[in-house]
Design a protein around this ligand. Structure first.
Ligand code: NDP
Length: 453
């Protein structure tokens, strides 16, 4: 366990909304040692007191449900050191203090390489770790180059590439439920499963985040990381253990088994779209291209769909459909497993059972099974749903993720080769889009996305 976390980019949105609340949740749960220290670092000319009062305000705003004493204890554990990650001397000062440290890069991705170089030249004490936020690279080549740079500085076991979806209880439950239930695993294959839909539809629009999102878009922001990680957990072979090596080896196998798309295949298998002006609930939403800070010339999509196949014994013949979008009519965040129809019913029964559907709700946390249930009369079936609302997770995803970093458990983060394989999977779609083979469709904000094509 380490007892010092240095957050670079500590005055930013991620630190305010997720990292400080995650740490305070760990403090409230008694999962951080008494000596645990958080050093905020950034370009602002602040001192400890200024950072503490800012941190207190962020916790009031983003974690008001946590006990006041836990929030106060977290604030008291905070200090501040000014740094610019392009200035290695200032980075060395930020991390100095003896004992291993976790350096969390909550920074704009373009400055990751400077930060990694500066941490390398600072010479971190043994047992230190480095944490990189997503997106990891902006394409395959830049991810490979960032991995090479990191490898010069740290050993892979000390590198945490963040995908906070992996730290969501419901996401981990997808794997747990599969493996722990005898009724599921024997039918968890293409003989029984026709398709898997992995959906992250948001009613939130851009919400002032053009500086990050514009030029990135839905495919790189969501599909390359979060949705492919979900696909891995649905499709992974049972690992020897849930430790980082076994689990991540098996996840890489899944990504490597995704059938490579040709350019023409990627054009058929993918869609991109962006929202036009519309209304979501009682909010008027401007067209994406009219949002503040957006450059329409970048052609950024706010909706992406990608259909993939996995070429292995278990999955050949099952379609995996990944879909995500912003400014949609309703939030729908789920993994839906659609089973094949039963092979036959007794002749003359006149019964047409509907295929079973198993649904993992990711946010809110739910689990349901649609089946053909008994009807009111003999020989009649009616569709029924067995539904469970799951217990809310004890820790927020960022709390869970930070706990893994503190305890050196890397299973909830992405390994270097895994990040590269994920880029390899989406590269044909990116190429098809940039070659103009896939039109940019449109959908009014507040609707269900682009209509059927
Ligand atoms: P912000 O722009 O809000 O914050 C970035 C922070 O980095 C600011 O404190 C900024 O300081 C600092 N910074 C920028 N350049 C330097 C530099 N050269 N040296 C030192 N500090 C610097 O971004 P976010 O907090 O939103 O995002 C941070 C990371 O987290 C990104 O990689 C993002 O993709 C990722 N992320 C963010 C999420 C979110 O919801 N916010 C969700 C998931 C991932 P200054 O004010 O001086 O520029």
């Amino acid at each position: 366990m380490i007892d010092r976390l240095v957050i670079f980019g500590a005055t930013g949105d991620l630190a305010a909304r997720y990292l400080l609340p995650g740490l305070a949740a760990l403090r409230a749960a008694g999962l951080l040692g008494e000596r645990f220290q958080v050093i905020g670092s950034g370009r602002e000319d602040w001192d400890d007191a200024r950072f503490r009062s800012w941190a207190a305000a962020q916790l009031d705003r983003h974690a008001p449900h946590l006990p006041a004493d836990a929030r106060q204890a977290m604030v008291s554990a905070c200090g501040y050191r000014r740094s610019d990650v392009r200035d290695p001397d200032s980075v060395a000062v930020a991390v100095e203090g003896g004992g291993p440290v976790a350096a969390y890069l909550a920074l704009p991705p373009p400055v990751f390489p400077s930060a990694v170089r500066a941490l390398g030249s600072a010479g971190l004490p043994a047992g230190s770790r480095i944490v990189l936020e997503k997106p990891f690279g902006e394409d395959l080549a830049s991810a490979e180059s960032l991995n090479r740079l990191i490898a010069e500085t740290m050993s892979e076991r000390d590198v945490f590439r963040v995908d906070h979806f992996l730290a969501m209880t419901t996401v981990q439950n997808v794997l747990g439920l599969r493996l722990a239930n005898r009724v599921l695993e024997p039918i968890w294959n293409s003989a029984h499963i026709a398709c898997v839909d992995i959906v992250w539809d948001e009613s939130l629009a851009l919400e002032g985040r053009a500086a990050y999102y514009d030029g990135v878009g839905a495919l790189k922001d969501m599909v390359q990381n979060h949705l492919l990680q979900l696909l891995c957990l649905v499709a992974v072979e049972p690992p020897a253990s849930l430790g980082e090596r076994d689990l991540r080896d098996r996840k890489v196998d899944v990504l490597r088994s995704v059938r490579p798309l040709t350019l023409a295949g990627a054009a058929r298998a993918s869609r991109r779209a962006r929202y036009t002006a519309g209304r979501i609930g009682d909010r008027d939403v401007p067209a994406y291209v009219d949002e503040e800070g957006v450059d329409p010339a970048l052609g950024t999509e706010t909706f992406a769909e990608l259909e993939l196949e996995i070429d292995n014994w278990r999955w050949l013949g099952t379609a995996f459909r990944l879909r995500t979008g912003k400014a949609l009519g309703c939030d729908r965040k789920e993994v839906t497993v659609r089973f094949r129809e039963v092979p036959g019913m007794p002749s003359g029964s006149g019964i047409c059972p509907a295929p079973n559907v198993l649904r993992f709700g990711l946010e809110p946390e739910t689990l349901s099974l649609e089946l053909s249930g008994v009807g009111a009369r003999i020989g009649e079936l009616s569709p029924q749903t067995l539904a469970a609302k799951l217990r809310s997770p004890e820790l927020p995803a960022y709390g869970q993720l930070l706990l893994g970093i503190v305890n050196q458990e890397a299973a909830l983060s992405i390994r270097g080769d895994e990040a590269e394989e994920a880029w390899r999977v989406i590269t044909p779609a990116l190429d098809a889009w940039s070659s103009g083979l896939v039109p940019m469709e449109e959908y009014p904000a507040g609707t269900n996305g682009p209509g059927p094509r």
